[in-house]
Design a binder for this molecule. Structure first.
Ligand SMILES: O=C(O)CCC(=O)C(=O)O
Ligand SMILES: [Fe+2]
Length: 266
């Protein structure tokens, strides 16, 4: 992939044109201000807290500690059969629907917005012979997230989502710290050779050599806003302060197929 400089280091609004620029990695981020109002944020925050009290929230094996409801496909990219992932998908939808049932459905609202703005079909990704993937992971990332990339053609070459040619990540923040919790994106799209039958390389905990000298952009999570970025670029989230608000979010990836239709999964 050729190296491109971002047109401008600022956040853009969600339009058809800007979505295309983001898919082509020509702008660093899109923000949808006030995607959710205060009542919607509070209701969703309460539903997440309810889920945590009822042991529906799980924790990733990575450091820093990240809580989640749902399942992440990328966690199954090595050492798992597809059937393991799709078993987790069934459980993930079950848990997720309990949380949504206590509140409202941001995934549905986002898919409707995305298809109306883009003019393309936007739907949950499917795998041949297995059915729907999971989309709409709910996370508590108050301690930050280590530097990584998310790009299915190089993370998960054996899945149908590998047919996409560009990948974005979107997150709605329903609670956010006053300080910290900043996401930094480095303009250095992931590019590794994939050998059939061999494990794809590690894409989490990337060291400084992967971002050296690259352009970078940071955004702040603001409750009620959705922020979208090109997840093929290395990105990381700084920790919030211990006594500050939690960083609570729901989101997924958006993959663009060669025919421009859009797939969502987490
Ligand atoms: O929470 C964020 O700002 C970004 C999280 C992330 O790594 C992702 O959505 O791919
Ligand atoms: Fe990510």
């Amino acid at each position: 992939m050729e190296k491109k400089v971002w047109i401008s280091q600022k956040e853009y609004s969600l339009t058809k044109k800007n979505l295309e620029l983001l898919f082509n990695n020509l702008i660093p981020a899109i923000r949808v201000k006030k995607f959710a109002d205060l009542n919607e944020c509070n209701s969703f925050k309460n539903a997440i807290n309810w889920a945590e009290e009822n042991n529906i929230m799980k924790y990733y094996s990575v450091k820093p500690k990240v809580g989640y409801i749902g399942t992440a496909q990328v966690e199954y990219r090595w050492g798992h059969k597809k059937s393991n992932y799709f078993n987790s998908v069934r459980e993930a939808w079950r848990d997720w629907k309990k949380v949504i049932g206590h509140s409202w459905n941001p995934l549905e609202k986002f898919i409707n917005l995305l298809s109306s703005i883009s003019g393309f079909d936007a739907k949950i990704a499917q795998e041949t012979n297995y059915g729907d993937l999971f989309a709409g992971i709910i996370r508590k990332a108050s301690n930050g997230i280590g530097r990584h990339v998310d790009f299915a053609p190089m993370n998960s070459p054996e899945y149908d989502i590998a047919h996409i040619n560009s990948q974005l990540g979107w997150n709605l923040f329903v609670d956010s710290p006053e300080e910290g919790g900043i996401t930094t994106i480095y303009n250095r799209p992931w590019n590794v050779n994939i050998t059939k039958g061999e494990d794809p390389p590690m894409s989490y905990g990337l060291s400084d050599e992967h971002i050296l000298g690259s352009e970078k952009f940071s955004y702040k999570p603001i409750s009620g806003d959705v922020v979208i970025f090109n997840s093929r670029n290395p990105h990381e989230v700084s920790p919030g302060n211990l006594n500050d608000n939690e960083r609570l979010q729901i989101g997924s990836f958006i993959g663009r197929l060669p025919d421009n239709n859009l797939l969502l999964w987490s």
